[in-house]
Unconditional design. Structure first.
Lengths: 95, 491
């Protein structure tokens, strides 16, 4: 599988990572090499094989659907780079 | 003997007899932090707090209260969230992040009396096998090639700071996390014992997530017995991690009986690679002989899907990482780089905050999960993962443990590996299969390479059979009699 510059730009957009155009070609080559190496997985006969979703044979525990933690907004936002009056802030998203 | 050379078990005995105090131990190791600072093992040192904790430990002991690792100085991989102490995952994007909570594993260790000397360096977000991707600079291995003291060697990764600190005698033990080999491979490179428990044995709560279906915490120590002691303190069910398993934590130390008579040890033919260095092959054969001489039965086995474990891992792990690392958005914690709009702020923050390898893996993850590719890549990788687990399941019908080399080489020099990421990924070729199957594995230092560098052998066990793993590892350790010490260690 070859990943071209356009695909790199698309993936970078999906991943929300700014990739300058000058770096796209190098990244395209690196990712193509990695994906090319991964391609060998198609050799494995997986007809009728159940995809693994849990590596340990365990039943997921259940608990009551109730609040068990919280009530300290100051501690929650203490690490925010730009909190204002108990809120997270983001650049303006509505005109 | 210098206090920094004691094992946990030895220190425990001396503390019990009252010959030394936790404060004595803390002070000796705080001095060792100074001596070994050039290795760059720590991102944050917490010497002051360690002394306070050591005093409190001595006070508890005076009242007859002692935990499993009471008064023992340890390092904490900087992937475990620690309340009120900077936690970075060795990434720029977590600049200044001070968790308001304590991870379950670090809390368990504190409750068991551990004295934490600091947060150890690692590959950024635990993605790497050489500890060269840390935003806080590379870690140096205390081992040096014979006759070549100028060349700095990598400690392996991602738990490189932990491994180097333990080998250099800056701490008695350290925590690590292992996603594809991040405890076992650095242990092999640094000549110490590194143990990854069964997935679900230790809580992942409060451990900064890389690949959630693979991540597992475990100890790095200088002996197998110390590994058993540390795991006993770290492990246990945690309601806050729904994948932690609710079964009793046995007395791991008691499992080290030295008796493996009649135990069946599997030797997987697929781990014999073309172009594998002779010294690795020789060490493996030596390990087989040691276990045989101790009364074990050697059984040739086949794990046919071994070669597909690494490429499957490089779909599963990046896919999970791309989801887990979506949370670093410049809004809630860490670095924020402004932009003209929200999308730009995200993109600028993540471009500046994540290093190259992390960006690469996030993008591979985003790619294999994207529309049109999901079935071909992610679903196929999950099916291959089932195949790998089935291989081991069949093996367990015939054997109790599997013996392999830990890594395909000894420690290499910083910057020595080619720029090709795949060359670096191949470091984990022997450790990834057990990770993909969720199995416990341990690396035991077993010998020295031609260049005088440590080499490890790996044992793999059935799910939740850490006791048999420790029993086998104890015999391997005894037979190997590894007592070489790195040139840059304390004392």
């Amino acid at each position: 599988m070859t990943i071209d510059k356009e695909t790199v730009a698309k993936i970078a957009g999906l991943a929300r990572i700014k990739v300058p155009e000058a770096d796209q070609a190098v990244l395209a080559e690196e990712l193509s090499n990695i994906m090319g190496w991964i391609e060998q997985l198609s050799e494995v006969d997986t007809d009728g094989v159940t995809p693994m979703t849990s590596v340990v044979e365990a039943v997921a525990p259940k608990r009551k659907d109730q609040v068990t933690d919280g009530g300290y907004p100051d501690r929650v936002i203490a690490n925010a780079p730009d909190a204002v009056d108990g809120f997270y802030t983001v650049p303006k998203v509505v005109e | 003997m210098a206090l920094t050379n004691l094992t946990i078990a030895e220190a425990r005995d001396e503390l019990t007899k009252g010959d030394i105090s936790a404060v004595d131990l803390a002070e000796a190791h705080i001095e060792a932090l100074d001596t070994t600072r050039a290795l760059n093992c720590f991102i944050t040192e917490t010497a002051e707090q360690a002394l306070i904790h050591a005093k409190a430990s001595d006070a508890r002991r005076a009242h007859g209260e002692t935990g499993l690792v009471e008064g023992i100085p340890i390092g904490m991989k900087d992937l475990f969230c620690t309340e009120g102490i900077l936690t970075t995952a060795a990434s720029h994007i977590l600049d200044g992040f001070t968790p308001p909570y304590e991870s379950t594993v670090s809390q368990n260790l504190l409750a068991a009396g551990a004295v934490v000397l600091g947060k150890t360096n690692l590959d950024e977000f635990a993605m790497g096998s050489s500890n060269e991707t840390s935003y806080y600079g590379p870690v140096v291995n205390p081992w040096q090639r014979a006759g070549d003291e100028g060349t700095k060697l990598v400690p392996g990764g991602s738990s490189g700071g932990s491994a180097s600190a333990v080998a250099a005698r800056a701490v008695m033990a350290a925590t690590g996390t292992d996603t594809g080999g991040s405890i076992r491979q650095p242990a092999s490179f640094c000549g110490i014992v590194g143990m990854k428990p069964t997935y679900g044995r230790c809580s992942r709560w409060g451990v900064i997530a890389f690949a959630s279906s693979l991540d597992q915490a475990g100890p790095l120590t200088r002996t197998v017995r110390d590994s058993a002691i540390m795991l006993g303190a770290m492990a246990g069910y945690d309601a806050k991690d729904s994948t932690s398993v609710d079964i009793a934590v046995p007395d791991y130390e008691a499992a080290i009986t030295g008796d493996i008579k009649g135990m069946k040890i599997g030797i997987p033919s697929e781990y014999r690679l073309d172009g594998m260095p002779d010294e690795i092959e020789t060490l493996w054969s030596q390990g087989i002989t040691w276990l045989k001489d101790a009364g074990a039965e050697i059984v040739d086995i086949s794990l046919p899907h071994t070669k597909y474990a690494l490429p499957a891992y490089y779909i599963v792990a990046p896919a999970e990482a791309s989801s887990n690392l979506a949370r670093y958005d410049g809004v809630r914690y860490g670095l924020r780089v402004e932009g003209d709009n929200l999308q730009e702020m995200y993109e600028n923050t993540r471009a500046e905050g994540f290093g190259k390898e992390v960006q690469r893996r996030i993008m591979i993850g985003a790619y294999v999960l994207s529309a049109g590719y999901y079935d071909a890549y992610y679903l196929q990788a999950q099916k291959v993962r089932t195949r790998i687990a089935e291989d081991f399941k069949q093996a367990w019908e015939r054997v109790d443990l599997v013996l392999t080399p830990t890594a395909p080489s000894a420690a290499f020099a910083a910057g020595e590996k080619p720029a090709d990421p795949i060359a670096m990924y191949l470091n984990d070729i022997f450790t990834v299969p057990a990770s993909m199957a969720g199995l416990p594995g341990i690396s035991v230092p077993a010998g020295l390479s031609d260049e005088g560098l440590p080499l490890g052998l790996q044992l793999i066990a059935k799910p939740f059979d850490e006791e048999t793993l420790f029993r086998g590892a104890g015999v391997l350790e005894e037979a190997a009699g590894f007592d070489a010490k790195p040139g840059l260690a304390v004392g």
